[in-house]
Design a protein around this ligand. Structure first.
Ligand SMILES: Cc1ncc(COP(=O)(O)O)c(C=O)c1O
Length: 384
């Protein structure tokens, strides 16, 4: 096992990511391509390493949230197409051209600005049009009460834009109750209507894409790309949400910290800020060199969470601090300073999932993984 000299560290399993890529491929039509969403430093896994791995294994398009994320990928030599899902400020439009990036044309006004910049600079800006079919975030509104296909069409006619695709985004593809199934179905129908109306008007719509991870897990559609992020990393947002397909994903992310101090406390002694833990009997307590500044949520304090040491479950005691947290190691054998604690991953027969931390801190895996901070170094397993 790779053990760093850092206080806390993450290990990302490259083989698991390749396995997950293969699992996603099994879920989709062979002619559908994968646009890997690697935004937010690939959900904390490291966008550069993961994107390179995916590119070397046949992924030919990436999606990121911002221009800086796109430039990061270009700087490490990613040559594939990169779609920027978010807003790029005008001052950075020149990068769209020089780095050959694909911008989300997220409104008519915004597309107009891109077009004007491109005209003035004798350039072409590439993009995909975002259609808002009910997510209510970015895109040209194409919902029942506000259907603006004329605006979508107008963007196709801008002379200095190269509109190469059109996409939308689901808001409840993870929910399988009747209402939400109907909502997703309606989003799909609205997207289809937009495509149909554009084709009727003689527009070549370019490539199409609609499905994020839950869209892939729960629905079968026939578009050019799917846009999974989380699934490639081997997790869903919450392992208790039912899904329609049951692929065998392998979580790629593990998290460890060193034991920095071990002591025995007597009955009725308190641990950490707020004194929320009071010992009932003699306990052995280990301090770990990881805390909420590393991304371990403080909300998970005093909520029956645990870590693994010597393969045993060691309960978190007291409030999680900024750089440290304490666990009860009374059931272990002679824990020493410098020993390894597993916060996410396997130790012996036991495994702690990111889902457990997310539940204890009332969030989803997406947020928790993104929140593992930059000061936690990432190490990557080799692929033989
Ligand atoms: C527009 C868009 N597409 C795809 C994704 C990927 O989502 P997931 O990680 O759930 O697959 C995201 C992420 O939030 C997104 O914003």
């Amino acid at each position: 096992m790779l053990q760093s000299k850092s206080r806390a560290w993450a290990v990302i399993d490259r083989k698991a990511i390749l396995h997950n890529l293969a699992e996603v491929r099994k879920l989709i039509d062979p002619k559908t391509k994968i646009m890997a969403v690697v935004k937010a430093n690939c959900y904390g896994h490291g966008d550069k390493v993961v994107a390179k791995l995916l590119e070397n294994n046949g992924v030919d398009m990436f999606a990121v949230s911002s221009i800086d994320e796109a430039l990061n990928l270009r700087n490490i030599g990613i040559q594939s197409d990169i779609l920027i899902l978010g807003y790029t400020p005008e001052v950075h439009f020149h990068y769209l051209v020089s780095e050959n990036l694909i911008q989300n044309f997220l409104s008519l006004d915004y597309a107009q600005k891109c077009n004007q910049y491109a005209q003035e600079n004798n350039a072409i800006i590439r993009g995909h049009i975002k259609v808002d079919t009910g997510m209510g975030r970015l895109g040209i509104r194409c919902v029942d009460s506000d259907y603006n296909v004329d605006e979508v069409e107008a963007i196709y006619h801008f002379s200095s834009l190269s509109v190469e695709g059109i996409f939308s985004h689901f808001s409840v593809a993870d929910e399988l109750d009747e209402d939400n199934l109907a909502y997703t179905q309606h989003q799909y129908e609205l997207y289809e209507k937009v495509l149909h109306d554009l084709k009727e008007r003689g527009i070549d719509v370019g490539c199409t894409h609609l499905q994020n991870s839950y869209g892939v897990l729960n629905y079968k559609f026939d578009y050019d790309y799917v846009r999974p992020g989380l699934l490639l990393l081997g997790v869903t947002s919450d392992d208790q949400i039912p899904i329609r397909s049951q692929p065998q994903f392998i979580p790629a992310f593990s998290l460890y910290a060193n034991v920095s101090r071990v002591k025995t406390i007597e009955p009725n002694e308190s641990i950490s800020y707020g004194r929320h833990y009071i010992s009932e009997d003699r306990r052995v307590i280990a301090t770990l060199s990881i805390g909420y500044a590393d991304g371990i949520p403080r909300l998970a304090s005093n909520r029956s969470m645990y870590v693994l040491i010597q393969g045993k479950k060691c309960p978190v005691v007291g409030n999680i601090c900024m750089d440290q947290m304490m666990v009860d190691v009374s059931e272990c054998h002679n824990v020493c300073e410098g020993d390894r604690a597993t916060l996410i991953g396997c130790d012996g027969q036991n495994r702690i999932t990111v889902d457990e931390w997310s539940r204890a801190s009332e969030t989803i895996n997406n947020e928790l993984l993104c929140a593992i901070s930059a000061r936690v170094p990432r190490f990557y397993t080799r692929i033989e």
